[in-house]
Ligand binder design. Structure first.
Ligand code: GDP
Ligand code: MG
Length: 264
């Protein structure tokens, strides 16, 4: 196992993966060794950071769309499939350079399902995980997760990714320049506070007002499962715009890498 950790950035479309990558890249340049940078989004028009490997160099997304008569998401998955057939060469290339970088950082397609729920996404992830300590950074749009209902959807999605990849995960609350993530940390530490917010959430139409009924009982049961899930996570709040929180993120990576080397 090579020692330099690989960080795979995943998250809902628009959560800020690419902007996070850009900031992480410049942060590592200034604080540690430059990272090894990989772009796996075939459909992006401009990548705002220098890449060592860019899927767009080997797979032409628009041509894939025309040639196979596919829509946007089908073309992304097919592009990833084509790239995955060469993953051995990619891993060899990264491994050869491993002495020269501190971290390998990977951006993934805007639509999270294209990567996480595709066979090629799994093949690529597993290829890295068998060679490098590989950590999933799950990027969350904090301002869009500040209502209890969107928050819990995001957390359940994060949990499903943990099950799918079985890799250590850091939950990154991004865009703290717009909204601080204190509410999220509080909800993750104290489920009663979360339930209280749910009770007063106008989206719930009073479902929780008397603490009974189907939704209340569902949320109570979920609390047990989420508590267990939260206990394995590291949580970081940051802003890809201002750079706030990126030292914390690197510390979380160090911690997860240590754990990784003990477990895997
Ligand atoms: P991706 O689809 O996950 O790769 O998301 P992008 O990196 O393309 O970002 C989506 C949108 O969120 C863009 O308009 C970004 O400028 C914006 N964005 C990303 N990070 C931040 C941040 O830290 N703060 C703010 N305010 N906006 C951000
Ligand atoms: Mg992107």
């Amino acid at each position: 196992m090579v020692n330099a950790p690989t960080v795979i950035c995943v998250g809902m479309a628009g959560s800020g993966k690419t902007t996070f990558m850009q900031r992480l890249n410049s942060h590592l340049h200034s604080k540690k060794k430059p990272p090894y940078v990989i772009n796996l989004d075939p459909a992006v028009s401009k990548v705002p950071f220098g890449c060592n490997i860019d899927i767009r160099d080997s797979v032409k997304y628009k041509k894939v769309m025309e040639e196979y008569n596919l829509g946007p998401n089908g073309a992304i998955v097919t592009s990833l499939n084509l790239f995955a057939t060469k993953i051995d060469q990619v891993i060899n290339l990264v491994e050869k350079r491993a002495d020269n970088f501190s971290h390998c950082i990977i951006d993934t397609p805007g639509q999270i399902e294209c990567f996480i729920w595709s066979a090629s996404g799994a093949i690529i992830t597993e290829a890295f995980a068998s060679t490098f300590p590989t950590i999933i950074a799950y990027i969350i749009d904090t301002p869009r997760s500040s209502s209890p209902t969107t928050f819990i959807s995001n957390m359940l999605y994060a949990c499903s990714i943990l099950y799918k990849t079985k890799l250590p995960m850091i939950v990154v609350f991004n865009k703290t320049d717009v909204e601080k993530a204190d509410f999220a940390k509080e909800w993750m530490q104290d489920f009663e506070k979360f339930q209280e917010s749910l009770r007063t959430d106008p989206n719930m139409n009073g479902e929780f007002s008397n603490g009974s009924g189907y939704m209340s009982s569902l949320v109570n049961s979920m609390s047990l499962m989420l508590e267990e899930f939260y206990s394995t996570l590291d949580v970081v709040a940051c802003s890809a715009y201002t750079g706030e929180g990126f030292d914390d993120f690197l510390n979380a990576i160090d911690k997860k890498t240590e754990e990784y080397n003990e477990v895997y």
